[in-house]
Design a protein around this ligand. Sequence first.
Ligand SMILES: [Zn+2]
Length: 348
Amino acid sequence: MNIFDWQKPLWDQLLDHPEKLPHAMLFAGPEGVGKFAFAQALAASLLCEQKAEGNMPCGRCSSCTWLTSGNHPDFRLIRPEEGEETGSGEEETPQPAVATRKSGQGHIRVDQIRTLEDFVFVGSHRHGSRIALVEPAEMMNPSAANALLKILEEPPAGVYFILVSSNWRRLLPTVLSRCRSIIFSRPDPLLAERWLAGQGVKSAAELLCLAGGAPLIAADWAEQGRLDFYRNAVEVLAEKSPDPVAMAAKWSALIKGEQGLTLSQLVETVQKWVFDLAMMKLAGRCRYHQSWLGKLEGLAAKASSAGLLSCYNDLLRIRAVVRHPLNTQLFLEDMAARYLRALATGRT
Ligand SMILES: [Zn+2]
């Protein structure tokens, strides 16, 4: 159980004075920066009986052993119930950890939170800390969130709640106000690239950029061999065909097959590209597609910023319904047509 290099300053800040650690913490930040791994390591450290250097969990004591096998009596992990549809699988941990992440689309239900009542109000098994980790916290349904709120109102000593969320704005304000927010930002790109290279990831800089600076998303894509699919999807945008049907056919090929992109990932790719076009138009730089700067410049010159922003907003709306299009081909053609229209807005 370990933390990532870029998390060391935050780790030291929290663990140099463990007595000041808040009893309810919200780990908030974008996906793919290692919040969950950090939360697991923090739990392990608080429970460890022979902390190693830098307050890291030793990995050998009975507490660490129990935690790794998922049997620690003073630790609870609350997540959406298994068996529901899974999402992007974004945050992998750097080492084999308490549990592998399954970012479920299902909710965390009230009965799951109620199991924490006994856990929290009955004493510790090991006469130490007790930790409840809720992830992703925004997946608590309203009654689950209210049940948690009740527990947070009178937290017994030695109990820590760690809520992990990439969409913390969806949490109830009352829950937010009970937690100390600890913000996880995207790491310095050089540190992230070094870590990716250390994981054997090729084209680390390009992948990291495409993944918006989130190293765990980049690592996930590398592991799944997705870089070529993303490159090809972007290539279709960069080499814009005059015909939306032809563009849609090329995209269609990329979302078929087991290794291919999902429709949602394709829409996200288009969205990031249009974001970069708008940014190029407005600020002369880009965020996701450094390797395509020349193409971006050329296309942005022909479009208007209003046209690009309106297309970006369209794509936001499209993304919200992307899971269940009635007809995928028509969906793709519509997206291509909107994109091509936006590119032509500068010509008037
Ligand atoms: Zn230990």
